[in-house]
Design a protein. Structure first.
Length: 421
């Protein structure tokens, strides 16, 4: 095989390598799509090369065959269907044998098993096919919108810096956390403005409120709060899911002597249909899951004590307990959930403990910003296990599929899941 085809083979293998690590896009992705669609052999090779199950066996085969023969077959296989389109490399006076060794270095350090697999899978069909490469779906990141009282919206990312100054306080961003820093103690005469932080699908964020309360927001969530807590209560409103570590706040500094006169902290829970209850606390750690597509609103207490209220119904819960109420129900139910599972999202993980498949799909859809459609009856299918939320979606879906009970069909950011009958 001549040098220009060696170069083209290296180039295509490089595109496949970039696709595997999630860095391929734009014109390069279009070119790889064209190569795959050129013939059935290319398509089959691509499908097999991008499946993780081939890696270990092919690495073992590497040890028993000659490197130069490997590379010669590799280059011939990749370049076979595209000789007329191959772009010659610049002539730099290298012998053919040296070209092979350069190719070997590129493949075995960057492309890895991709190169080897071309030796063993040689398709012969020439029928053009239409086949689309889907870029890897990456996990969510620290991103949100800060909405000020005047309607100004400030995109939030991980870059630190000052965001705004509002009357009596400074607002700064510090590695995924918005911090409200009051300039002095607030009196009831200072006008108070309302701010909001909103996370999209595929986003999460944290905020330290003016009283020092620390709040974590999961994807597709929001919190609305005053720029100062100056009255007889501290009240915020949320949607979605949030974890709170509420700071103690006293009516006056003198109250530190007796620990009395604490200013209560109230979390109002909002739904598209209206107010869905509230949580009353003094100083505590707890999680609220109030997504409108879930079957119930769940408040889980980690530390301290809270009272959950809806209409005339109220319930005090203790650490380790969870209070839940169905969206259309009027009574609270209590349970002792797996706290690690409840807080897994805050700690950067997915954790499933006999969790139903449909609930898992909703978590995946929110964190990876995808649309998931369920087909068939998944009601009896449950999973246990865990994985980092930093992993891309393919790894998570592969783990779920490996048990043989569900299968996934992906079309871009649209995923269909159905029982594996």
């Amino acid at each position: 095989m001549d040098e220009k085809h060696v170069g083209y083979s290296i180039y295509i293998a490089g595109l496949i390598y970039q696709y595997r690590n999630g860095s391929l896009s734009g014109e390069a992705l279009t070119e790889l799509n064209a190569w795959i669609a050129a013939n059935d052999g290319n398509r089959l090779l691509f499908e097999e090369l991008t499946g993780d199950d081939v890696l270990f066996d092919e690495l073992l085969k590497m040890e028993s065959e000659e490197v130069e023969n490997h590379v010669q077959h590799i280059m011939e296989r990749i370049g076979a269907g595209n000789k007329e389109e191959a772009t010659p490399l610049p002539s730099i006076g290298l012998s053919r044998k040296k070209w092979y060794w350069i190719a070997a270095a590129l493949f075995f350090t960057a492309v890895s098993v991709t190169a080897l697999y071309f030796i063993h899978r040689q398709g012969t069909a020439d029928t053009p096919l239409h086949y689309t490469v889907h870029p890897p779906i990456q996990p969510g990141t620290d991103k949100a919108i800060l909405q000020l009282a005047d309607g100004t919206q400030i995109p939030l990312g991980s870059s630190p810096g000052n965001l705004a100054n509002q009357q009596h306080l400074n607002i700064k961003n510090d590695s995924g956390i918005v911090i409200y820093m009051p300039a002095h103690r607030i009196s009831g005469t200072i006008p108070v403005a309302m701010n909001s932080i909103i996370t999209p699908k595929g986003g999460q964020y944290q905020v330290v409120l003016p009283d020092g309360t620390h709040v974590w927001l999961n994807a597709s969530s929001s919190i609305t709060f005053p720029t100062a807590f100056a009255g007889a209560e501290r009240r915020v409103e949320i949607t979605g899911e949030a974890y709170f570590e509420v700071a103690e706040m006293l009516v006056s500094p003198a109250d530190h002597k007796n620990g009395k006169n604490k200013i209560p902290f109230i979390v109002g829970i909002n739904m598209p249909s209206g107010t869905a209850g509230e949580v009353l606390v003094l100083g505590t750690h707890f999680n609220i899951n109030a997504y409108p597509d879930e079957s119930a609103i769940k408040t889980t207490l980690v530390e301290g004590a809270v009272t959950v209220r809806k209409g005339k119904e109220s319930l005090n819960i203790q650490p380790g307990q969870q209070a839940s109420m169905g969206i259309q129900e009027a009574d609270f139910q209590t349970s002792y959930p797996d706290i690690e599972e409840v807080l897994a999202w805050k700690n950067g993980r997915f954790k499933f403990n006999n969790t139903d498949a449909v609930s898992i799909m909703r978590q995946i859809a929110r964190w990876y910003d995808v649309e998931i459609k369920t087909e068939g009856d998944l009601g009896a299918i449950r999973f246990s296990g865990g994985i980092s939320r930093k992993d891309d979606i393919e790894k998570l879906l592969e783990i779920l599929e490996s048990e043989g009970r569900v299968k996934f069909i992906r079309r871009g950011r649209n995923i269909t899941v159905e029982p594996n009958l």
